[in-house]
Design a protein. Sequence first.
Length: 378
Amino acid sequence: MHRTLPVASSPVRDLLALTSRPEVISFAGGLPAPELFDLDGVRAAYDLALRDRSVLQYAATEGNPALRALISARLTGRGLPTPDVLITTGSQQALALVATAMLGPGAVVAVEEPTYLAALQCFRMTGARVVPVASDADGLVPASLREVVASEKPALLYLVPTFANPTGRTLTAERRVEIAGIAAAHDLWIVEDDPYGELRYRGSAVPALASISDRTIYLGSFSKIGAPGMRLGWLRAPADLLRTLAIVKQAADLHTSTVDQAAAASYLAHNDLDAHITRLRAEYGLRRDAMIAALPSAMPDGTTWSDPDGGMFVWLRLPGDVDSAVLLKEALRHDVAFVPGAPFFATTPDHATLRMSFTSNTVDEIAEGMARLAKVLR
């Protein structure tokens, strides 16, 4: 009998098509600011990489050795000792590889509620059952995780613990230790998705879960700190699991683009990525502040929102029994957009929620977009 995967389109991707008109100010996609790409540095990196014809050839599944060494050294320098990584086609592929290798029909995966909607898509496509774990302003609630582990016995726990998508929340250091203990006691694997961790605008860095728990698979990405069009991510895991995931990747796409990997290795070797990230932090911090400052006058009384220390997102809940998807239609008529919150929930959606990104618009554009939103929401 023919089996068809339960595939649903991403509402964010669908929304990006609707917001492609230049007059629309979109707070919808979690996009880096294109004007902040290091175009000169990236161009020079490709030029240097293309001096070697082998970068246009097939290559090892595990990834470019120089790039793996540079990323491993960078992670080690950030307090996460890393002997090796697997290079992936964005961290989204890394997530798909983990799901393919470790899940299947009948498996259970626990997720923070709400969570990254593309992760929900990925897990559901394996036939796994997704169960939610409660969260609050400090991230995943350990007591809720204990209840879920006892009742559902999940194989994986998926988290974006630092500047989460969609909420912008950061899991506290104390809770990270507690969650690592739960994972160790119950042989639970943690998938730590960390695309935003270096985009901190205030406060001090929190240690990665992977630095606390050896049952953690850590996913990283060049998309938010470099350029998403290069489609480069990486996966850090214990050596035996890393080998298994490399075999799964070999079956999926043989290897990530050789020339893009070589260019990234050249870029990291000849440019100061930390200085570039410092520039991103300064500009994105101003944009974050502009959005937060505009919310009281743009939102109806009784609205609540997150106040993120970094990342790309503010998460809001409107008062009363409203549906943000209905309000979005009116917002689009005013040439402004956001993402309705319902798709980020694994089970019972809260239709009064929505997500807004502040990174891809200037401070002036944010002010104008919030003024347009006020006409709809107030």
